[in-house]
Design a protein around this ligand. Structure first.
Ligand code: NAD
Length: 255
C-alpha cells in the first residue's frame, strides 16, 4: 500500500536523528529509521503519532545494508520523498593530528562521508525514477554536517574533514538534482545535548556560560528537527545547496 509521503532518517535510534524522525512523523510522513542500533523506542513513538514506522537495522557503510533498507522501504511504503543523512560518529578517541592513526580516519570518513554519499546516490536515482512516474509531492535530501565543517579541532581532524566533505557533497548533489526539482540542504548543528556530547558536558557547560555561543544554552535535537521539517515540508523550494546554521549563533564573528 502506498503512503502519503515517506522519509528515511539514518541514525535515528537516538539523539538528533530520533528528534528529526519524530518531527517528520508529526508533519505527516511515514518514517524509516536506518541505524546500527535497534530503534524500537523511536519507532513506537512514531506509531503513537499515527504514522507508519520501519526500524531497519543496518550500517550506513555497507552497500548491502543500504540496498536492503531501500528495498524494504519500497516494499512497505512504496515511495521515498525525504532522505536525512544524520548518522555520524566522533572519533572513538580524540588524538592530536600529529599522532592520530589511519584506522580512526577510515572509520569516521566511512560512516560520516562515504556511506551517506552512496546512500544519497541510490536514493537520488530512486527519486528521479519516482518523479518520472508521478509528481505528487516535494522531495528533498538533508545532510547533517556540523560547525566542524569549518571549525578546526586538531584533536579530531578526521571528524572535521568528514564534515567539510559533507558540506561539499551537499553542493554537488544540489547542483546535480536541481533540474529534477529535488532540494538538497546542509544543516549545521552547533553544540547539541545528545550521547555524542555527554562525555564533554562539563567542558561545554563552562564554555557556553562564558559566551561561546551568543545564545547561551545547549541546542536540543528538537532545534535541528524543526529546521529539517521546514526543508521536508517544502518551505524552502527556491533554495538549494543552502547551509542552515542551527548553532545558537556560534558562526557569528562578534567584536
Ligand atoms: P548520537 O551518537 O547520539 O547518535 C548517532 C546515531 O547514529 C546513533 O543512533 C548511532 O547508532 C547511529 N550510527 C552510528 N554509526 C552508524 C552507522 N555506521 N550506520 C548507521 N547508523 C549509525 O549522535 P548525535 O549527536 O545525535 O549526532 C547525529 C548527527 O549530528 C551526527 O552526524 C553528528 O556528527 C551530528 N552533529 C552532532 C552534534 C552534537 O553536538 N551532538 C553537533 C554537530 C553535528
Amino acid at each position: 500500500m502506498e503512503s502519503q509521503r515517506a522519509a528515511i532518517v539514518t541514525g535515528a535510534a537516538r539523539g538528533i536523528g530520533a528528534g528529526i524522525a519524530l518531527e517528520l512523523a508529526r508533519c505527516g510522513l511515514d518514517v524509516a529509521i536506518f541505524d546500527v542500533l535497534e530503534a524500537t523506542e523511536t519507532a513506537e513513538a512514531i506509531r503513537r503519532l499515527g504514522r507508519r514506522a520501519l526500524s531497519l537495522t543496518g550500517d550506513v557503510t555497507s552497500a548491502d545494508d543500504r540496498a536492503a533498507a531501500l528495498k524494504r522501504i519500497d516494499d512497505e511504503f512504496g515511495r521515498l520523498d525525504v532522505l536525512v543523512n544524520n548518522a555520524g560518529v566522533a572519533p572513538s578517541v580524540r588524538a592530536d593530528i600529529l599522532e592520530a592513526g589511519e584506522e580512526s580516519y577510515d572509520r569516521v570518513m566511512g560512516i560520516n562521508l562515504k556511506g551517506p554519499y552512496f546512500l544519497t546516490q541510490a536514493v537520488a536515482n530512486w527519486m528521479i525514477r519516482q518523479k518520472s512516474q508521478r509528481d505528487d509531492g516535494w522531495m528533498c535530501i538533508v545532510n547533517i554536517s556540523s560547525i566542524s565543517a569549518y571549525t578546526a579541532s586538531p584533536s579530531r581532524g578526521e571528524y572535521c574533514l568528514s564534515k567539510a566533505g559533507v558540506s561539499m557533497a551537499t553542493k554537488l548533489w544540489a547542483a546535480r538534482l536541481a533540474e529534477h526539482s529535488i532540494g538538497v540542504y546542509e544543516m549545521r548543528p552547533g553544540i547539541i545535548a545528545t550521547d555524542m556530547t555527554s562525555a564533554v558536558r562539563d567542558k561545554y557547560d563552562k564554555l557556553i556560560s562564558e559566551g561561546l555561543t551568543p545564545i547561551r544554552r545547549w541546542g536540543q535535537p528538537t532545534d535541528i528537527a524543526a529546521a529539517v521539517a521546514a526543508c521536508a515540508n517544502g518551505e524552502l523550494k527556491f533554495s538549494t545547496g543552502e547551509v542552515i546554521n542551527v548553532d545558537g549563533g556560534f558562526h557569528l564573528r562578534v567584536l
